[in-house]
Design a protein around this ligand. Structure first.
Ligand code: CTP
Ligand code: MG
Length: 212
């Protein structure tokens, strides 16, 4: 089974206030942390980095660089086009630097069993749905905060992308839309996403205290 991973780094970082995946974290760009984790994973055959066209040349020699799109879904589709000869595609947010190899292995195992899988954390807060002013409390035991990696067989992802679904905030929502039930495997609290400026402070703090 040929497994390709795509590190998605083509976002604008609007909530962060600029390009967050090129920032230096412990002496190397944020995207490179997960890139190297996937490169050294024994089950992953190749790793691409999907980034904005103007940042492609900044990745450096020897990096498989793929131009992304203006939405995450378009960047994910670009990754799939580049990986169409593979059996499995894993998609990872470049903004999640601290991903454990064991989480990647668990997602791969989930894909072998269910065709599609993703890392998720059980919700710890009570989550309410507010719809047209009407409040409902959701059952926390049924809720997961999704992380990456998320992945599936290239066959399933191709069908999912071709289904015309445009509500995607992650890969699995596309897969669910074609009736495939993804496996959710345990994520890791340290696998958080750098979304706002406070998050890079947290990431640098973790390196300083080696609590990763
Ligand atoms: N991403 C991407 N292509 C896009 C949008 C997002 O490759 N068009 C990537 C980001 O670079 C990031 C990951 O998807 O690594 C998760 O997205 P998010 O945290 O939302 O990053 P941004 O879209 O950059 O941030 P924002 O939504 O605040 O603009
Ligand atoms: Mg975004």
């Amino acid at each position: 089974m040929r497994i390709v991973a795509a590190i998605l780094a083509a976002g604008k970082g609007e909530r962060f206030g600029g390009d967050k995946t090129s920032l230096l974290l412990g002496g190397k760009p944020v995207w490179r942390w997960s890139y190297e984790t996937y490169l050294s994973h024994p089950e992953v055959d190749r790793v691409m980095v999907v980034t904005a066209p103007e940042r492609l040349s900044s990745l450096g020699d020897g990096v498989w660089a793929v131009p992304g799109g203006s939405t995450r879904q378009e960047s994910s589709r670009a990754a799939l086009e580049a990986a169409k000869d593979a059996d499995v595609l894993l998609v990872h947010d470049a903004a999640r630097p601290f991903t454990k190899p064991s989480v990647i292995s668990a997602v791969i195992e989930g894909i072998r069993e269910a065709g599609a899988a993703a890392a998720g954390l059980p919700a710890t807060d009570t989550i309410k749905q507010v719809r047209a002013g009407s409040v409902t409390t959701l059952d926390r035991n049924e809720l997961f905060a999704m992380q990456t990696p998320q992945g599936a067989t290239v066959e399933i992802l191709t069908r999912a992308h071709n289904s015309g679904t445009v509500t995607q905030t992650d890969e699995m929502s596309l897969v669910e839309a074609i009736g495939v039930n993804p496996r959710i495997v345990p994520g890791d609290p340290n696998n958080f996403k750098i979304t706002t400026p406070e998050d890079i402070v947290r990431a640098r703090g973790m390196l300083a205290t080696e609590t990763r």
